[in-house]
Design a protein around this ligand. Structure first.
Ligand code: ADP
Ligand code: MG
Length: 243
């Protein structure tokens, strides 16, 4: 309504798509609207994340409404929490048996970015029984040698190459993945990576797969690619002038 319009004007944000959820105005809004896990909320507060940033205000309710998302917001604007908070919430919400398989997958173009996302993920899930991993070289070796079963993890953060090697070797199964996050999508759909990203997508065969992509820039080629792999996505652009 009117409040959402004012909110978006003041943040120079543009949101387009069908049936757009209203943004959250505070993290506490997630209690009433989405029954956010209390522990996760207090982990946020403990980490001194007091107020959500604009991309978090828009992105969190869109993902929690079950929608695919194309999100464009400047570097440093808090995109990581914008995908981690709803990802964790949805995964905690659904109880599954032990070793059910990987349900959340976050793809980053570099190991350094993967580490950053993983560290924020660790902060958010403190006190919760979730198994998370970053696909480091060491972990990849252990999985490859059957020392560790990848199905013990609920959420995995990885670069495309390391993941695709293990997927091809049948050491990682992506058929249970319900949430796929493509971070820095402009890079992951760029020439050097797009083949690997596509291949990962073909292995995410769950019919309920929800997809989101985050980037500081969305070149038109990437936007086209996004629309071709997504179902009725909502597009959020923060702090950009109309192109
Ligand atoms: P981006 O991915 O958009 O470049 P990040 O997710 O890496 O940005 O966040 C940039 C910085 O802002 C990080 O240090 C992060 O901890 C911090 N940050 C994110 N969300 C909030 C928030 N709601 N309140 C305060 N700091 C935040
Ligand atoms: Mg980022």
């Amino acid at each position: 309504g009117e409040d959402a319009r004012k909110f978006r004007n003041s943040h120079k944000s543009k949101v387009s798509g069908d049936d757009i959820p209203i943004p959250i105005g505070s993290f506490q809004d997630m209690i009433g609207r989405f029954q956010i896990d209390k522990q996760v909320l207090s982990n946020l507060i403990d980490a001194e994340f007091v107020e959500p940033t604009p991309i978090q205000c828009e992105g969190i309710p869109i993902t929690l409404a079950g929608r695919d998302l194309i999100a464009c917001a400047p570097t440093g604007s808090g995109k990581t929490l914008a995908f981690l908070i709803p990802l964790i919430q949805e995964i905690l919400h659904k109880q599954v048996s032990k070793n059910y398989g990987i349900r959340g997958l976050i793809i980053s173009p570099t190991n350094e970015l993967a580490v950053q996302s993983f560290q924020q993920l660790e902060t958010l899930i403190k006190g919760k029984k979730l198994n998370i991993a970053i696909l480091s070289k060491q972990l990849a070796n252990k999985i490859n040698n059957d020392i560790i079963k990848s199905s013990k993890y609920d959420i995995i953060v990885s670069t495309p190459l390391r993941l695709i090697e293990l997927v091809k070797a049948d050491k990682i199964n992506l058929s249970k993945v319900e949430h796929l996050v493509i971070d820095e999508a402009d890079k992951l759909f760029d020439h050097g990576f797009s083949e690997q990203t596509d291949e990962i997508l073909t292995h995410c065969t769950n019919s309920k797969l929800q997809k989101s992509m985050f980037s500081a820039t969305i070149p038109s080629g990437v936007e086209e690619m996004a629309h071709s792999i997504m179902k009725d996505p909502i597009r959020v652009i923060i702090g950009h002038k109309e192109a």
